[in-house]
Design a protein around this ligand. Structure first.
Ligand code: CA
Length: 136
């Protein structure tokens, strides 16, 4: 069993409700706590109230776009970031990685793959929840 205290809180910043919904569902099933922001400005407000353990953000967002949000986040935190991008946004994707995003997933993606990538980034950064401590 994973204790509540170890549960990682993931902020999903995505304006397409159907994508936000399916991503949230898969992350919750994987044992994460999930919050959703439907635009970049709302995300900033939520982050200022409480820094999440992980951020998944869409590149094309209303109010504040994903690149600006990544830059803003990196000014104040090393929180892991995975970007959601469309295939045509390669230049922005590269810019996002240069700005400090940890990984990206190209739309359309399988939500299960996204969950695997979240875990992989956490593992790489040594922030995996639950398993490691429980096995000792
Ligand atoms: Ca979008």
């Amino acid at each position: 069993m994973i204790s509540i205290m170890n549960t990682k809180n993931i902020l999903v910043v995505e304006d397409e409700a159907s994508i936000a919904e399916v991503v949230s569902l898969y992350l919750k099933r994987a044992g994460f706590t999930v919050q959703v922001a439907s635009d970049g400005k709302l995300a900033m407000g939520m982050i200022e109230r409480q820094m999440p353990d992980f951020v998944i953000l869409d590149l094309m967002l209303p109010e504040v776009d994903g690149l600006s949000l990544t830059r803003w986040l990196r000014d104040r935190s090393d929180v892991p970031i995975i970007m959601l991008t469309a295939r045509r946004e390669e230049i922005d994707r590269i810019a996002g990685l240069e700005m400090g995003a940890d990984d990206y997933v190209v739309k359309p993606f399988s939500p299960q793959e996204l969950v695997s990538r979240v875990r992989a980034v956490m593992r790489r950064l040594g922030r995996e929840q639950g398993e490691a401590e429980n096995e000792r």
